[in-house]
Design a protein around this ligand. Structure first.
Ligand code: HEM
Length: 375
């Protein structure tokens, strides 16, 4: 009797999976796209581990336009979309969900309570609670911290130039450190020197590993995308810490959350009237419970620590490094930016009203897309 029930359940599960797969195939079959290089990995190798970054996408976009079909793993169809309006619509739609592989990785790396791992109402609530700490007024409060970090960066750059007779300095590691210092101080109120070394090291390893892809990783992603493994098993994997990678992922969440609690405890001890509390993201959210935390609990807040460290560090450092690359090519623009900053700072004009600086920040997004996406 039991085996008959198990057989029926399995058959129903497989029929549903096959039906969904067929529907998925039919829906986008008529859309043009490149031929796959293999059945196992479709076009994923040329897309994700290319010889020259962006070449494959550029060629496809030229041949097929802003929407084209390509092959993922196991002969499955995928859509590539680079139309900004379409992307905005899809991303904001209630039906949008992350791919199983990406969703799983986000939950592993950024904690189960991390904002990016949540969908729908839960995501909106968490996001609007956190937005309080990302408003122009809040960011203006972090100005003192950013200036301190920037000054240290300038001193370090000057020292590097003195040490290096050829005058060539790799600024990316310096920017990475400055970005981490800005986040730990502006988000948590913890100066980088007080962040335990294991947090810095695990964060570094995770960012480094996520920047490189191997075919074996693509296969694991594609297996996850088949959604054959139950959710509870996937969630348990980092906790079981089998293998170096899972151990590191577990440590990332464990260490960053420990640091998050440390920051919260420190605010509680100091008292939240402390005006310094308003200078940081956690301080602002904790000190104005009604306006800031809303439906967010202290635990929810602490669970965002890994997200802030991973989402904010390399993104900022890489965006800045491309901005500086462009500025190095345009010394006149560099001088104009410096003049604007000195003049407006003396008049205490807020950063968001620096016209040239804001134009340069917007253009740096274009630089990101120019170099990384639309090469
Ligand atoms: C130039 C620098 C940055 C770039 C290019 C950037 C880019 C992005 C992108 C593309 C996403 C969407 C990811 C996805 O949903 O798949 C994202 C999400 C996010 N970023 Fe950034 N980011 C930058 C800086 C930062 C900083 C400094 C922080 C905070 C310290 C931050 C915090 C977040 C958070 C919390 C999310 C998740 C938002 C949500 O799920 O609603 N980012 N970022």
């Amino acid at each position: 009797m039991l085996s008959a029930i198990v057989f029926l359940l399995l058959s129903a599960y497989l029929t549903r999976a096959l039906f969904n797969e067929a529907r998925r195939r039919r829906a986008i079959q008529h859309i043009q796209g490149p031929l796959p290089s293999s059945w196992l990995l479709g076009n994923l190798v040329e897309l994700q581990i290319p010889q020259i970054y962006g070449d494959f996408e550029s060629a496809c976009r030229k041949a097929y336009g802003l929407v084209y079909r390509f092959k993922g793993g196991f002969g499955r169809d995928r859509l590539a979309i680079s139309d900004p309006k379409a992307l905005q619509y899809i991303y904001n739609s209630a039906a949008f969900v992350n791919t199983p592989a990406y969703g799983t990785l986000i939950v592993w790396l950024l904690s189960e309570g991390g904002v990016s791992g949540k969908m729908g109402r839960e995501h909106r609530e968490l996001r609007s609670a956190l937005n309080v700490g990302f408003s122009p007024a809040a960011i203006r409060n972090y100005g003192v911290i950013f200036e301190r970090v920037a000054q240290k960066l300038v001193d370090r750059l000057a020292a590097c130039m003195d040490e290096n007779k050829h005058g060539v300095v790799d600024i990316v590691p310096l920017l990475t450190k400055a970005a981490l210092a800005s986040i730990s101080e502006a988000a948590l109120g913890v100066p980088l020197e007080e962040v335990p070394p294991e947090v810095v090291e695990t964060n570094r390893q995770i960012v480094e590993e996520s920047a490189t892809r191997r075919p074996a990783q693509l296969i694991v992603d594609e297996i996850l995308n088949l959604e054959l493994l139950p959710g509870w098993l996937l969630r348990a994997m980092p906790k079981l810490a089998i293998g170096e990678v899972f151990k590191r992922i577990r440590d990332q969440v464990r260490y960053t959350e420990r640091l998050g609690w440390q920051a919260v405890d420190s605010y509680m001890e100091r008292g939240l009237d402390d005006s310094n509390a308003l200078e940081t993201l956690y301080g602002a959210l904790l000190s104005d419970n009604k306006q800031g935390l809303g439906n967010l609990t202290v635990e929810n807040l602490v669970q965002q620590t890994s997200t802030l460290f991973i989402a904010g560090q390399e993104t900022s450092a890489i965006a800045l490094s491309w901005l500086f690359t462009e500025l190095a090519r345009k010394p006149a623009l560099q001088d104009a930016l410096r003049t604007e900053a000195l003049e407006l700072r003396a008049k205490q004009v807020p950063f968001e009203q620096y016209p040239l600086l804001n134009a340069a920040i917007k253009a740096s997004y274009m630089a990101l897309t120019k170099y990384l996406l639309f090469k």
